[in-house]
Write a protein that binds this ligand. Structure first.
Ligand code: EPZ
Length: 419
C-alpha cells in the first residue's frame, strides 16, 4: 500500500492551479445519463472517484472517451444496462447519483445500496422517499434498490434534513417528470448550482438552485452539451490552510473565492491576510503562528464539514485553544487520534473537539481513514518535526489531484513511496 513521506518545517510559497471540483463532476457525470446525445465535460479533475464513475457508466454500456487534457466525451445512447453493482458502489457512495437519472429517463434502475463509510452510516432514505413521492415504486432487497416507475410526477417535496446528493438526485429525477417539482429545504452548495447550470444547458428548466427552494419544471427531453466543471472549493480551502499552518504565502489560481466566504473569514480570524479577485485567492501568514479559531460545521453557506479536519490540524499548533463542532456527520473525528500520536492536545466529547495549540508537533507514522482526514494528516506533517509517514493514502487519491506534486511545487518536502 502506497505511503506519503513528509519532512516537516517548510513554509509554503508560490502559486498553483486549483482543479475541477470532485463534488461537482460526479453528479454532472451522472447527469450525462439524461442526455439524448453526446456531452463534453471539461475541467475534469484526475481523481480515483472520477475513474470509478467512468467505470460505472462504462459497465452500463455508456461510451466514454478521455482526451489528453482530461476532457471527457460521454454518449449514453449506447446504454444497455440499468444496473449499478455493489462492487463499484461500495468504493464510492456517490454512485447513488445514477439512480435519479436512470429512473426518470428509462423507468427503472437497480442500484446497490451504498454502504456506510468511516465518517458515518450515511443512509439514502431521503433520496428514496423523494422518488416515491414522485410516483416511483421502490423495493430495497438483497442490498439493492429496485426502482420502477412510469413517467415520474412533479410534486412538492420538503426535505426532512439538508442532503447534497439527495437534492441532486431528486433535481435530476424531476427534470423529465410530468409537471413541476418543488424541493424545499434543498442543499445550497455551489456544486448543486453547478449541476443545475449544466442541466439547464442540456434543456432542463430549473429555478432557484443555490437557494433553499428549487423549482424544476419537467421537460420531454434533455440534449447533450459542452460544460466546464466548477473549481474545487475544498481543494482551495485545503491549500489555504496548508499555507496558514506553515506560515507561508501562496496564490491559488483558477478558483472561485466567492464560494469560500466562511473559510476565508476563519482564516482571517486566525491572523492571515487574504486578497482575492474573481478567479484567484492569495493568503499570506508572514511566517507567523496562526491563532486558534472556533468552528461549527453546517450546510452551505455555513462552514463546510469537508474543511473540519483541516482546521483541526491548524488549531493543533495555533496560539490558544479552539472548539471544533461537527454537526453534519456522526463520526468525523478519526483524524484526532492520529494527530494525538503526533503530540496534539485534543479532547473529544460527543461531536465537539477542544483543541489546545502546542508549540510543535512531532512526526509519527499515521493512518488515513477518510478523504479529508488524510488531507489533514498531510497538513500536520508539513509542520511536524521529523518525517511523518501517512499510510492508506488511497483515500487521498479519491479526492485530491496530484496533491504531492502541487505541494512540492510550493516547497514542501513530500514524496510517495510504493509501500
Ligand atoms: C456530500 O455527501 C459530499 N459528497 C460530501 O463530501 C460532503 O461531506 C457532504 O455532502 C456534506 O456537505 C458528494 O457531494 C459526492 P449529505 P452526501 O447527504 O450528499 C444525512 C467529501 O469529502 N442523510 O448532505 O452523502 C447524512 O447521513 C465528501 O468530498 C440522511 O440521513 O451528504 C449526513 O449526516 C464526504 N439521509 C447528512 O444527512 C439521506 O438520505 C448530510 O449528508 C441523506 C443524507
Amino acid at each position: 500500500m502506497e505511503k506519503l513521506l513528509i519532512d516537516g518545517g517548510q513554509s509554503l510559497e508560490g502559486e498553483i492551479r486549483v482543479s475541477g471540483a470532485k463534488n461537482a463532476v460526479l453528479p454532472i457525470l451522472a447527469a450525462t445519463l439524461l442526455a439524448d446525445g453526446p456531452m463534453q465535460i471539461e475541467n475534469v479533475p484526475h481523481l480515483q472517484d472520477v475513474t470509478t464513475t467512468m467505470e460505472l457508466l462504462g459497465r452500463m454500456g455508456v461510451s466514454l472517451t478521455l482526451d489528453e487534457r482530461m476532457n471527457i466525451e460521454v454518449d449514453s445512447s449506447t446504454i444497455n444496462e440499468l444496473f449499478a453493482p455493489y462492487e463499484v458502489v461500495k468504493t464510492m457512495r456517490a454512485s447513488i447519483l445514477v439512480l435519479g437519472p436512470l429512473l426518470t429517463r428509462f423507468g427503472q434502475a437497480e442500484v446497490s445500496l451504498p454502504g456506510g463509510c468511516a465518517i458515518g452510516s450515511r443512509p439514502v432514505n431521503l433520496h428514496l422517499h423523494g422518488l416515491e413521492a414522485m410516483g416511483a415504486e421502490i423495493e430495497v432487497k438483497g442490498g439493492y434498490i429496485h426502482a420502477r416507475s412510469k413517467r415520474l410526477e412533479g410534486t412538492h417535496l420538503v426535505m426532512d434534513s439538508v442532503t447534497v446528493t439527495g437534492t441532486e438526485n431528486l433535481m435530476m429525477a424531476a427534470t423529465l417528470a410530468a409537471g413541476t417539482t418543488i424541493i424545499e429545504n434543498a442543499a445550497r452548495e455551489p456544486e448543486v448550482t453547478d449541476l443545475a447550470n449544466c442541466l439547464n444547458k442540456m434543456g432542463a428548466n430549473i429555478e432557484g438552485a443555490g437557494t433553499g427552494t428549487i423549482a424544476v419544471h419537467g421537460v420531454e427531453k434533455l440534449y447533450g452539451c459542452q460544460y466546464s466543471v466548477l473549481a474545487d472549493r475544498i481543494e482551495t480551502g485545503t491549500f489555504l490552510v496548508a499555507t496558514a499552518i506553515t506560515g507561508g504565502h501562496v496564490r491559488l489560481k483558477n478558483t472561485q473565492p466567492n464560494f469560500l466566504e466562511s473559510i476565508l473569514l476563519k482564516l482571517k480570524e486566525a491572523g492571515a491576510s487574504i486578497h482575492c479577485d474573481a478567479d484567484w485567492v492569495e493568503i499570506d501568514m508572514y511566517k507567523r503562528r496562526p491563532k486558534s479559531v472556533d468552528i461549527c460545521t453546517a450546510p452551505y453557506p455555513a462552514f463546510p464539514t469537508d474543511m473540519q479536519a483541516q482546521f483541526t490540524a491548524l488549531n493543533c499548533i495555533a496560539e490558544g485553544s479552539g472548539t471544533i463542532t461537527e454537526s453534519v456527520f456522526e463520526n468525523r473525528f478519526m483524524h484526532v487520534q492520529e494527530m494525538q500520536r503526533m503530540g496534539a492536545n485534543i479532547k473529544v466529547t460527543g461531536n465537539t473537539a477542544i483543541v489546545t495549540g502546542v508549540d510543535r508537533l512531532v512526526a509519527a507514522p499515521v493512518m488515513a481513514t477518510d478523504l479529508r482526514a488524510s488531507a489533514s494528516l498531510i497538513l500536520a506533517g508539513l509542520i511536524a518535526e521529523g518525517q511523518t509517514i501517512v499510510d492508506r493514502i488511497y483515500h487521498i487519491d479519491r479526492g485530491y489531484e496530484c496533491i504531492e506534486e502541487k505541494l512540492t511545487q510550493l516547497g514542501a518536502r513530500i514524496r510517495r513511496v510504493p509501500h
